[in-house]
Write a protein that binds this ligand. Structure first.
Ligand code: SF4
Ligand code: SF4
Length: 342
């Protein structure tokens, strides 16, 4: 393990930025944190988490897939892909690091998504332990430890210092590049902080939320549960929960005529929208209840079924903070999961 003083952080960011683009959470004018490309003078946000997740680094909200040019009856297909450059994302929380694993299970299985894979190969993740988890956090429900965040490098921040530990070869190579700005150290301060974090986690309102009643093989039991109607009744179908969610991975593909040719692009979509997966035969889920159910059944039943029991929620709490009607996955888990695990 290595450490540096907080005062040397700017020098470290400058060094990293010499070999790769560096992104980190920065407070905007609205006081909310968003991942921003680092430049001299920018300060790392103290916020627990960003409003939008770091999913965009690997699965951007919109991206061109290919282009077409026509000439008479001929169609020329243009490959618009570009090899990504190396980049570093600093300050990713444990829940968001885990969300990359959820996305990998979707995009790196057959059919393999070369657009996503290319970015994953070039992105180095530096995670940061959560010294002050919020009331909306419940990552522990899904086996995630906010005191031991993963990624290529894990970082712990104390009052005056940062502690660095590499977890992968890429992380070790990066730490080598900043070796003269850090020094070898023991693990005592980190262990003390980990104990503090665990104490805070144990007192949070959702500390006892469990996945009991959910998981692979529960479709028959849960699909027609009478509580879906009541839970979904006020849902506005705004899709906010899906857009802030680090693990939602649905997208639409559209063609756009730029005047000089046609560009085929993809953009995030939401299972909460009434035209989601609409086909010539019509809409497969006619009511908001069905769409609402789909979101939670996918995260808590269908995804685990296809991914060795792994859930596709990481307990980041963004949907708890952002839903305009205060509906969220924790309420759904408690209400339908078979017992009130409050
Ligand atoms: S469902 Fe909600 S709590 Fe779970 S990962 Fe998505 S935004 Fe976070
Ligand atoms: S954010 Fe809330 S109201 Fe909007 S679609 Fe999601 S559950 Fe429904």
């Amino acid at each position: 393990m290595r450490k540096c003083s907080l005062d040397s952080l700017n020098a470290i960011f400058t060094r990293i930025n010499q070999f790769a683009k560096l992104y980190l959470p920065v407070n905007g004018n609205d006081g909310k944190a968003a991942y921003t490309e680092w430049q001299e003078g920018l300060e790392w946000s103290n916020a627990l988490n960003t409003t939008k997740s770091p999913k965009d680094f690997f699965f951007p909200q919109t991206e061109d897939l290919m282009a077409f040019r026509t000439s008479g009856k001929n169609i020329e297909i243009i490959d618009t892909r570009k090899e990504s450059e190396d980049f570093v994302v600093f300050g990713v929380r444990a829940c968001d690091v885990k969300s990359f694993e959820v996305l990998d299970n979707v995009f790196l299985k057959e059919p393999y998504d070369s657009y996503y894979a290319n970015r994953r190969e070039h992105g180095i993740i530096i995670s940061v332990a959560c010294t002050r988890p919020a009331d909306t956090c419940f990552c522990k429900t899904f086996g995630i430890d906010p005191a031991k965040p993963q990624g290529d490098i894990s970082v712990w921040k104390t009052a005056n210092e940062l502690y660095w530990q590499s977890n992968t070869d890429r992380g070790a190579a990066l730490l080598d590049k900043i070796a003269d700005l850090t020094e070898e150290c023991g693990t005592e301060a980190v262990e003390e902080q980990q104990q503090q974090i665990n104490k805070i986690m144990a007192k949070l309102p959702l500390a006892n939320l469990t996945t009991d009643g959910w998981g692979a093989g529960k479709t028959q039991e849960l699909f027609d549960h009478p509580k879906w109607a009541e839970l979904s009744e006020a849902c506005l179908g705004c899709g906010t929960c899906t857009f802030v969610c680090p693990t939602c991975q649905c997208y639409d593909i559209k063609d756009f005529n730029s005047g000089k040719g046609v560009i085929r692009f993809r953009c995030w979509d939401s299972c909460m929208y009434s035209d989601f997966t609409k086909m010539s035969a019509g809409q497969p889920r006619l009511t908001q209840k069905e769409r609402f159910r789909q979101r939670f059944m996918h995260k808590l039943v269908y995804y685990p079924e296809n991914n060795n029991g792994m859930f596709s929620c990481v307990g980041c709490g963004r949907c708890l903070a952002k839903c305009p009607i205060s509906m969220n996955i924790a309420k759904v888990m408690k209400t339908i999961g078979g017992k009130d695990n409050d």
